[in-house]
Design a protein around this ligand. Structure first.
Ligand SMILES: Nc1ncnc2c1ncn2[C@@H]1O[C@H](COP(=O)(O)OP(=O)(O)OP(=O)(O)O)[C@@H](O)[C@H]1O
Ligand SMILES: [Mg+2]
Length: 539
């Protein structure tokens, strides 16, 4: 089916092609740019184009593909770097140089790499869709191959294969490969969803101790310009104890992505001592790439993450920043002349975001194992105003809110997570978990730490009025200990040895500060001044 381009408005193109379906992929122009149908009218359709439309002319041809946007899922994804349309960037660099050419069609499927397939079922077995039928070794990972349909296996053999070679077939003749495709906008199925119950250790003290996250939960990191969103996301990508990390650079700076890749290539995973890159997938849709492709990159990434979740792995999806995706939605929506909602964002902004975030969770997979998909998304509210629509839309769904504070960042207190206004719905569950698994005193220490920070806040106002000299010794001790908590415990320099802190060390550090506090309190009770107690090595 062919048609022509009859209108071009930035990333949206109007075509006169009948019989298209909503969200069908169409190929546009001589270059074959990829686009997705976002609106159908009687005689024509509007397409959002995921590639640069510069140079496209009216009258160029358009072709429907009868398929939605699909992600290719199979061995070879790990340690890969892809653009929003899941084209491997290294391959594009080799072939086309540093700038992506529109219509490039490099894909995972035409990779010649060979894999060893070992069957777990035999010819004659009856299988149901989602059931495990074999596995492929991919580095240190066991890559599980599942049945794509119900049926009887006609044959299934061990051996080496590339990604599109058949390793067997069903009795109806359908070939079985180690790769599959999945429409990115459709969540992958699971048997049932479970409540998050295990912690997601990030290695960041302020997060793990004060606002812990759970595997299968969602967290947002809103923060104004330069408050440390990218550094925090990258630290979590390096240090969190998950099996796989999918990192989406969505509309952010290209050089940050380049640095991330360079740095990750030389690092080891602190939990397994394997190379960090072996467990990482990067989806890069930097600010210089086409706006509409941000939408594709978000959905492609979450589909890849779900694919690994379905093998029973714990997967973490990080996106920096989700606001750039919202901006892309706004741009497309306004060029479609839709009725604008708050601040020009489309009226479906909140439901679109919620639909995406609800793909996180702990699940019992179709083959009976337990896997999880967690999300940590940064949000860049313009002017640091948290009442803006994107932050508010994410807040409704997110399980944790790690608010980055501009004044802390100005004081170079990093990570600049505000310890009064952030929250985590997982805190009680995780507090109990850490009390059981790390140290019995976890919950008490946490409570004492929070109380001390709150008292400091109140006492600082008093100190401003009466001056430090006018205050009681006990209150000055609180100020002293709270300052230590802030500077020695909550601050964590991402560029030092301290960038990662295991839960056991978290406990040891806070314990040491609280024990010093108790000792000093004893001295004050015995009549000493704070200076005297501190001066004689009480600290
Ligand atoms: N944990 C940290 N340790 C030390 N320095 C940090 C830390 N976090 C942030 N910084 C400092 O803050 C600077 C800005 O951080 P970052 O680029 O992550 O901010 P951002 O919120 O992503 O900014 P933008 O809004 O521009 O994307 C960094 O270059 C670094 O100097
Ligand atoms: Mg940033």
């Amino acid at each position: 089916m062919n048609g022509t381009v009859i209108g071009i408005a930035g990333p949206t193109v109007t075509v006169d092609l009948k019989g298209l379906r909503l969200y069908e992929i169409v190929l546009i122009g001589k270059a074959g740019l990829t686009g997705e149908v976002v609106r159908l009218e009687r005689e024509r359709a509007v397409v959002q184009v995921y590639e640069d439309t510069r140079g496209l002319a009216l009258g160029e041809s358009v072709r429907g593909t009868s398929r939605p946007l699909m992600a290719q899922l199979g061995p070879g994804l790990l340690s890969g770097m892809f653009d929003g349309l899941q084209r491997p960037l290294e391959k594009l660099l080799e072939r086309d140089g540093p700038f992506i050419r529109g219509g490039s069609s490099a894909s995972l499927l035409n990779s010649p790499r060979e894999w060893r397939f070992s069957p777990l079922k035999a010819a004659g077995d009856r299988v149901t869709a989602g059931e495990l039928i074999g596995q492929v070794e991919e580095g240190a990972f066991r890559h599980l191959v599942t049945a794509q349909q119900d049926g009887v296996l006609a044959d299934l053999a061990a051996g080496s294969c590339n990604i599109c070679q058949a390793v067997g077939s069903y009795s109806d003749g359908t070939p079985i490969t180690v790769c599959q495709e999945w429409p990115v906008r459709r969540p992958r199925p699971c048997r049932r969803r479970l409540a998050p119950s295990e912690p997601l250790v990030t290695g960041q003290r302020v997060v793990d101790f004060l606002y812990p996250l759970a595997r299968g939960g969602t967290a947002i990191i809103p923060g104004g310009f330069g408050t440390g969103k990218t550094i925090l996301e990258q630290s979590v990508a390096k240090f969190s104890d998950v099996d796989m990390v999918v990192y989406v650079g969505c509309g952010e700076r290209g050089n940050e992505m380049a640095e991330l890749l360079e740095e990750f290539a030389g690092l080891d995973d602190p939990w397994t001592a394997r190379r960090l890159m072996e467990r990482t997938i990067v989806v890069a849709n930097t600010s210089n790439m086409p706006v509409a492709a941000r939408e594709a990159s978000i959905y492609t990434a979450v589909t890849m993450a779900e694919y690994f979740r379905d093998m029973g792995y714990h997967v973490l999806l990080l996106a920096d920043s989700i606001s750039r995706w919202a901006e892309a939605l706004r741009e497309i929506s306004s060029s479609l002349e839709e009725m604008p909602g708050e601040e020009g964002y489309p009226t479906y902004l909140a439901s679109r975001m919620a639909g995406f975030m609800e793909r996180a969770g702990v699940v019992e997979t179709m083959n009976g194992s337990i896997g999880s998909l967690s999300m940590i998304l940064s949000v860049s509210p313009p002017g640091g105003d948290f009442t803006e629509p994107v932050t508010q839309a994410c807040l409704r769904t997110a399980g944790a809110f790690l608010m980055l504070d501009t004044s802390l960042a100005h004081r170079r207190h990093f990570p600049a997570v505000n310890w009064f206004q952030s929250y985590s719905l997982f805190e009680h569950g995780m507090e109990q978990h850490f009390s059981r698994t790390v140290a019995a005193g976890w919950a008490v220490a946490r409570q004492r730490c929070r109380t001390m920070l709150q008292r400091e806040e109140a006492l600082r106002e008093v100190a401003e009025i009466v001056g430090l000299e006018g205050m009681q010794e006990q209150d000055r001790l609180i100020l002293h200990s709270a300052e230590r908590i802030r500077l020695e415990f909550l601050c964590q320099n991402a560029y030092s040895e301290d960038a990662f802190c295991a839960p056991e060390r978290i406990m040891a550090m806070i314990d040491a500060i609280l024990a010093d506090h108790d000792r000093l309190e004893g001295r004050l009770a015995a009549g000493e001044t704070l200076e005297a107690a501190l001066g004689t090595g009480g600290n």
